[in-house]
Design a protein around this ligand. Sequence first.
Ligand code: 13P
Ligand code: SF4
Length: 354
Amino acid sequence: SPSDPDLVERARAAKEKLGDKVFVLGHHYQRDEVIQFADVTGDSFKLARDAAARPEAEYIVFCGVHFMAESADILTGDHQKVVLPDLAAGCSMADMATAEQVAECWDVLTEAGVAEQVVPVSYMNSSADIKAFTGKHGGTICTSSNARRALEWAFQQGEKVLFLPDQHLGRNTAVRDMGMSLDDCVVYNPHKPNGGLTAEELRAAKMILWRGHCSVHGRFNLDSVNDVRERVPGVNVLVHPECRHEVVAAADYVGSTEYIIKTLEAAPAGSKWAVGTELNLVRRLANRFAPEGKEIVFLDRTVCFCSTMNRIDLPHLVWALESLVEGKVVNRIEVDKETEAFAKLALERMLALP
Ligand code: 13P
Ligand code: SF4
């Protein structure tokens, strides 16, 4: 839907009044009406790296979801205040691993006698608590753009990896990128006693995958790929690694949102693409590249927005910015000091990956 011109003008005016005091970050899944006001756009990795790029900005307005705003708070100075325009913008995947469940899992691994060989690798899409757990136990954070390097690093530190919370990214990286077999992976189900695994299974596994997934990318399946190949002859299938393994295995190209954009930028005129990721981004890319003669379709016919990314809309952004103009910091995201210290350790290991 086209954005309300009155709200567009108010957002523009508030940003202008705030000047260098505000730095607006926007994830690629944000709505068009919001992303137009971002000073920097990016995938999760780029946004984590760039969050600290403006130390002079007193306010960081994060147009994305809660775990991204937490990471920005962890990685920026104490004098900088991070604002999430709608506190209901969470992530269902991040919610699939709680601190209690992960502590219980560590007890299970200890009981089975494997904890000492395990290095935790946590996807960016996790709460600050999970990142702190990861840092405390010698592990690293990863995003979809560096998961392979993170796993390679982890396997230099230990024999096994506990991958949290996205089973698909963990499995896809291990099997597609690193040549492990599906049998090297087991799935730990936090809702079952002992994760639903025996001590022997834990001892034999190389990758212990947390049973979490993205509800948006989880909707694509093998039929989505087969159907689009039939519908659009010669199509290239380009998907995000949060998709199920069967989808990634059948795709031609796999990568983060930033990779998806770069791939389409480099694509020749006349090429056809089916993209398996969030719909705000796919639509934006389809509109952007249509004049260049690149045909871009959504991988599936079912509409697939990320409902929590969509919580950040123009009214919320205007409210956050105008509040800052009045000196009121609304919806501040602030991670407590102890959690922050360990979470930062894990995030810095990621930023230092080769
Ligand atoms: P990237 O932008 O890092 O590819 O992540 C996608 C995503 O699901 C963020 O929530
Ligand atoms: Fe979370 Fe999936 Fe939405 Fe990303 S797209 S924020 S992983 S629910």
